[in-house]
Design a protein around this ligand. Sequence first.
Ligand code: CTP
Length: 403
Amino acid sequence: MTTPHFPRGREVLLGVSAGIAAYKACDVVRRLQDHGFLVTVVPTPASLNFVGKATWEALSGRPVHTEVWENIPDVPHIALGERADLVVIAPATADLLARVASGRADDLLTNCILATHAPILFVPAMHPQMWSNPATVANVATLRERGYVVMDPDTGRLTGRDSGQGRFPETSRIISAIEELSLHRADLIGKKVLVTAGGTREAIDPIRFIGNLSSGKQGYALAWAAAARGAEVTLISANSQLPDIEGISTIHVVSAAEMEAEVKTQFPKHDVLIMSAAVADARPENVIDEKIKKEQLQNIALIKNVDILAAMGKVKRSNQVLVGFAAETALNSVELGRAKRIAKGADLLYVNNVKSNEIFGSETTAGTIISSHGEELITGCSKDTLANILLDKVVDELGYANV
Ligand code: CTP
C-alpha cells in the first residue's frame, strides 16, 4: 500500500453537463487548481459536443471518462464517488437536474452522484424559460430538500437574443460557493480525536502470542477521515502493517496493557475516543521468559484484560464522545450491540457481524450504528465511507454534548 497524500479534503469531482456554459467550466478547473484543489472531470457524453475530452484531460492532467462501461474492473463510479471530497456540477442543465432529482443513473456522472457521500454543489445554467419552468422549479426544490446546494443562476444576456435568469454564474461566485462547502466539511476543526486501531498481541513466551485477525484498516480510515475533516488526530496502533499517516501522531503498542496505558494518558487530552482496535479480552497469566517446550505447552492459564472502552466510559467527561465497536457472530447482533453500548458507557457503537471473516482484513463493512438518538443500518460500504458516516454521528454527538 502506498502512503496516502495529506492533507485531504480537496479532491473535487467536476461534473459537466451539456450546456454551452461548459466552455466557462474550463476556467473553473483552472481557478480550482489555483486554490489548491485537485480536479477530476466527469463530462456527460452529450457535453462533449461543447468541450471535448482532450481539453478536460489537458486542463485537469487526469484521464477523463464518460461511461460506466469504461474501466469496468476499477468500478469507476464507486471509486470516483468515494475519492471525491466535493462534487460540483457545472454547468448543470435542466435535464441533468431532472435526472438527479429522479435518481436516474444513465451515464458515469449520474452514477457517481448516486454513489458519493461527498457534498454536492449544482451550478445551473440554462435559458430563463427552462429555469422558470415548473418542472425545473420542482426538481430544484427536490434537490435542495435532499440537502444538495443548488446555486441560483445569474441574470443577464444568454446565448441568442434572450436575457433573464439562467446565466452561468461568474467563476469567482462559484469558487466562493465551493470554498464554503469545503469548509462546511471541515467540521472537526479544533477537535482532538483519539483512535485505536489494529489488534493487540498477548505474549505467551518470547516467540508466541495470542492475537487476532484485525488489520487496522478501519481505525486507519477513521484517523485519516478525521484528519481530513480538520481534527488533530492521535492514533494508537497495535500491530498493524499499515504505514504511518503523515500529519497524524501515531503511537505503536503491542499488548492490551500497553494500549490501556496509552489510552488512559491520551483520552483526557482529546474530545473524542474511537475504540476500533480489537483488544484481546484476556492474556496469559504467566509470561515465560524462555520458549516453552512443546511437551509443556498443553494449557495456558488466562487472566482478564481491562476493558478499555468500559473503563473510559466510566471516566468520560460529558463533553467527550466515546465510540465503540462490537464484533458479533450471533444473529441478534444488533440487540447485543444495544446492550453492549449501554454497558460500556459509549455514545456510539458500530456493531458488525464478523461471521466467516468477512470484515477482518476486508475492504468493506456492513453493520449497524447504534446511539441513544437512533440507529442506522450500513448495508455494505467501504471502510472509508463508514469512517465518514461514523464521524457525521460523532459531530452530532459533540453537538448534543455541548447543548
Ligand atoms: N474493547 C476494549 N478493551 C477490551 C476489549 C474490547 O476496549 N479489553 C473494546 C473494543 O475496542 C471495541 C469494544 O470493546 O470497541 C467491543 O469489543 P467486542 O469485540 O464486542 O468484545 P467484548 O466487549 O469483550 O464482548 P464479547 O464478550 O462479545 O467478546
